[in-house]
Design a protein around this ligand. Structure first.
Ligand SMILES: [Zn+2]
Length: 555
């Protein structure tokens, strides 16, 4: 860019025959220009140049501020109406898209449609309509020079068929009396425009219980009327596990744990605004509303939110306490929570595919969704579902804060998460140590040492293929656990410390920046924390096919 403007300057000088121009005739003429004349010329030159260069140099677009207003009026019918208010120096046309791979995929049961757009006046009143054209990945809004536009669209959710095995198709779905929806399937984002402030507001005319993973301003019916009458919105409340009237008849969580709480709506000041941190935070959100039971508790400085859309054979208060104990152990391990709140949703597993699992866990951002058989008892919850909750929650640190995107490190992200989930359950007293050893030992024996893939496929290669067959996936997870244990054991032998890998994980978390975990950054972290260069060892046992050494200590 510097070079381009320099050339433009030379061209300008030459054309105007000004001082410094690379032309002999210009220098000759220059000698007869008076000092005063030169000064005037210089001023004009500076002025003209600043104008021409302003236009010649491509400008960085200015950030636009985005407000998403989610209307829950049609949520009981499985639909959300979203108004995206875009403010700032808007380009002439603005492309709005969902994150890649979602838009237009009918099989996921999410359909965004019926877009309209209009300019917005300074008081928020809708002005003239704006053009909306379909693109391959979303829509293009003509902004017609306005600096404030509203783009309204509707998202319809339909339930994925039970034989649809891909768990991702079951994340966003209608639930009893409302919907459960992932941010990446709800929120259109502007393309090629930097974003400034992000705000989420929720219109909740029927006062449905609502849960979102970050604080959001929720306006109830009462509040909407007050807003229209320009009164202070005393009825607005927060989506931080503390804002919503729970379903009648739900026992307060405090009765079980002494720390849980279900609270009535609290008034908040009208000028309090709540923002997801960035677009990734917005996309990672899991929003749920409808006939849901909500409870919350505190683990250190983190709000633990729990919600479910059905009655179970166990008490919600007990489930919340289990979640809180797991969260306390994991927050204690890392020293802090990756997000101000952690949300765990329990729902019925309605996946009937023959290859399906009894329990599914998925995480998106700080939200964990666990699908369980409706007949799950308290014992089964502690025994089986707890490890899924602990695993998915652990990904909030290893996978989200320590970003996982390179398939070459999946063995570590999944292996360490699985191993540490068992250790966290032990630390929190949910599992006793013998039970943890039994579970881990049996899994390593069956899926790693006893796997026909051992010696034929490296653990890293097995884990890198996420859509592999069941045998390979089991080998990859068990192999990842074995590799993390064996690496920890080797580091322990060389340093004399107990569980040096713990410190490596905390180091990765504390130093986590924007760049995702890589084989190099993992090796560098091990070297920095322990002084051990583990690259040859990883090359042989993890990226190569040499069997891992036997493990002495499982937890
Ligand atoms: Zn995982």
């Amino acid at each position: 860019m510097h070079r381009t403007s320099q050339t433009a300057l030379d061209r300008y000088k030459a054309k105007r025959q000004l001082p410094g121009a690379p032309q002999a005739s210009a220098r000759v003429r220059n000698s007869v220009v008076s000092t005063r004349g030169r000064l005037v010329w210089l001023l004009i030159l500076t002025a003209v140049l600043s104008v021409t260069s302003w236009h010649a140099i491509p400008r960085r677009p200015e950030p636009v501020n985005l407000t998403y207003e989610i209307d829950l009026a049609s949520a009981p019918q499985g639909a959300l109406v979203i108004t995206l208010v875009v403010e700032g120096k808007l380009p002439r046309s603005l492309d709005l898209e969902f994150p890649p791979g979602v838009f237009g995929d009918q099989s996921n049961g999410v359909t965004a449609h019926a877009p309209t757009a209009h300019a917005l006046g300074p008081d928020g009143e809708p002005g003239h309509p704006l053009t909306v054209d379909k693109t391959d990945d979303g829509w293009r809004m003509g902004t017609a020079g306005t600096n404030r536009a509203g783009f309204i669209y509707r998202v319809d959710l339909t339930r994925a068929a039970g034989h649809q095995q891909d768990i991702r198709s079951h994340i966003s779905t209608p639930v009893c009396g409302g919907v459960r929806a992932a941010g990446f399937e709800l929120f259109l984002e502007p393309v090629n425009v930097p974003t400034g402030d992000l705000t989420v507001a929720i219109h909740n005319p029927d006062e449905l219980p609502v849960l979102v993973p970050w604080p959001a301003l929720v306006r109830s019916r009462d509040n909407l009327e007050r807003s229209a009458a320009r009164e202070v919105p005393q009825g607005a409340h927060l989506g931080l596990g503390q804002g919503f009237a729970p379903q009648p008849g739900i026992p307060p969580a405090a009765s079980a744990a002494g720390t849980g709480q279900t609270e009535r709506a609290r008034p908040v000041p009208a000028n309090l605004l709540f923002h997801p941190r960035d677009l990734a935070d917005l996309n990672n959100a899991l929003l749920i509303c409808g006939d849901i039971r909500i409870a919350s508790a505190q683990a250190r400085d983190c709000v633990i939110q729990y919600a479910t859309d059905r009655d179970w054979l166990f008490e919600n208060a007990d489930a919340l306490d289990l979640v809180r104990r797991i969260a306390r152990a994991e927050i204690g391990f890392f020293g802090s929570s990756p997000t101000p709140q952690i949300t765990v949703l329990l729902a019925a597993n309605e996946i009937t595919a023959s290859e399906g699992f009894d329990i599914y866990g998925v995480h998106t951002g700080s939200s964990v969704l666990v699908l369980l058989a409706p007949e799950t008892t308290w014992g089964m919850l502690e025994e089986e579902a707890a490890s899924v909750i602990a695993h998915e929650m652990f990904h909030g640190w290893l996978g989200e804060a320590i970003k996982q995107s390179d398939p070459a490190t999946l063995w570590f992200t999944e292996g360490a998460t699985t191993w540490y989930a068992a250790r966290m359950l032990t630390a929190s007293g949910v599992w006793d140590p013998d039970h943890s050893r039994e579970i881990l030992g049996a899994r390593l024996q069956r899926d790693y040492a006893g796997s026909p893939l051992l010696g034929r496929l490296s653990v890293a290669a097995a884990a890198a293929e996420v859509m592999a067959d069941g045998q390979q996936v089991r080998f990859a997870y068990a192999g990842g656990v074995a590799a993390c244990m064996a690496l920890d054991q080797r580091l322990s032998e060389l340093t004399g410390h107990r569980h040096p890998l713990d410190e490596v994980l905390r180091h990765l978390y504390n130093e986590a920046g924007d760049s995702p975990l890589s084989r190099e950054s993992l090796e560098a972290a091990v070297l920095q924390v322990t002084g051990v260069d583990c690259s040859d060892w990883l090359e042989a046992h993890v990226y190569g096919k040499s069997a891992l050494p036997p493990i002495d200590r499982l937890i």
